[in-house]
Design a protein around this ligand. Structure first.
Ligand code: ZN
Length: 345
């Protein structure tokens, strides 16, 4: 894909030759960008032919409200988010960003880009996931629990896309390896990310939180989802060893104490389509070197953060936000998304 106009030039003229050279350069640059942004790996559990039906891109069912009574993102809101991101990517003025902007801008019915950076495709993934996960829960006899695990990999960003690719591969492998080790037979969910920024209260301007390199901002991925209640609770001590408390977060492994009630908003949270900049004010260092939080607020991402995040999300590949452990996501005969336990297939 390129920005070049398909202007008609008379064959053999100098203008036609220049146009040809410019087109060839752009095609080569696009090929290089596509290679740099290739998916980190195939998504485990996602059937290679899996497609999200077009109606999940529209404003139909499934419907849900979260616990605060908020409605999910509409197609119109997703379109506004797409326009905003395309504008941000074009301003960044690198060929990787231009390539991604063109890809996302070209997403339309019948020709979906399937990039996790695309707000339309991300929203449709969430709605397809809610539909499939809810069906699985209704067929399930054993209780489920919700879990949230803050992964060990921090990503500070930068221009080295190959370094970011290595870190993204770590992100996607971490929860699979952990669940295999602790005996959680299956799990479903999604990868979420926040940009964590730290500061000190106004009374503590020389606070290490504001001055030390240890508290530089970073992207932090976590996986949220559902798995068998009893397996998760039995595995909790081992999971806490694998994902130890960090200097700024004590609760890296959270498992709901009560069985999952089937609320669609909880399923939807696993694949929430928007991301935030989490600003945390650290109060003081407690025993064990963990910093107590005074306050934490969610704010919109800044332009440069949004651009970097878009590149990282795109590296996950189509459907790369799905976390499918011991499960697979495919289309049934009618084209509906369905999640099955691999042990039962
Ligand atoms: Zn798309």
């Amino acid at each position: 894909m390129s920005n070049i106009d398909n202007k008609k030039c008379r064959p053999g003229t100098r203008q036609a030759r220049l146009h040809q050279v410019a087109s060839t350069k752009l095609v080569q640059a696009d090929m290089e960008a596509a290679h740099s942004l290739r998916p980190v790996s195939p998504v485990r559990g996602l059937h290679p032919d899996f497609l999200i039906a077009e109606h999940f891109y529209q404003d139909g069912p499934p419907y849900w409200t979260d616990r605060a009574g908020r409605l999910p993102q509409t197609a119109e809101e997703a379109e506004a988010a797409r326009r905003n991101l395309v504008r941000n990517l074009r301003k960044a003025d690198t060929h990787l960003c231009s390539y991604l902007a063109n890809l996302i801008e070209g997403c339309r019915p019948g020709h979906r880009c399937r990039s996790e950076a695309c707000s339309h495709c991300r929203r449709a993934s969430q709605r397809a996931y809610v539909h499939a996960a809810s069906r699985l829960h209704k067929q399930s006899d054993a209780p489920w629990a919700a879990f949230c695990i803050i992964l060990n990999t921090h990503i500070r960003g930068g221009s080295d896309i190959e370094h970011t690719r290595r870190l993204m591969r770590q992100v996607t492998n971490e929860p699979h390896a952990a669940f295999e080790n602790v005996g959680v037979s299956w799990a479903i969910g999604g990868f979420d990310v926040s940009y964590n920024v730290f500061g000190s209260s106004a009374n503590h301007k020389d606070h290490p939180a504001a001055t030390s390199g240890k508290f530089q901002p970073f992207f932090h991925f976590h996986v949220y989802g559902h798995a068998p209640f009893h397996e998760l609770h039995a595995a909790k001590p081992l999971l806490k060893e694998m994902f130890p408390a960090t200097k700024t977060n004590k609760n890296t492994v959270r498992i709901s104490p009560r069985p999952f009630d089937g609320h669609l908003a909880s399923l939807a949270y696993a694949m929430k389509p928007d991301f935030c900049r989490r600003f945390t004010i650290l109060a003081h260092e407690s025993e064990g070197g963990i910093w107590e939080r005074q306050d934490s607020r969610d704010k919109p991402l800044r332009v440069s953060e949004r651009v970097l995040l878009a590149l990282m999300l795109h590296l996950l590949g189509p459907g790369g936000r799905f976390f499918l452990h011991g499960t697979e996501l495919k289309n049934d005969k009618s084209g509906d998304p369905v999640i099955r336990l691999i042990s039962e297939t």
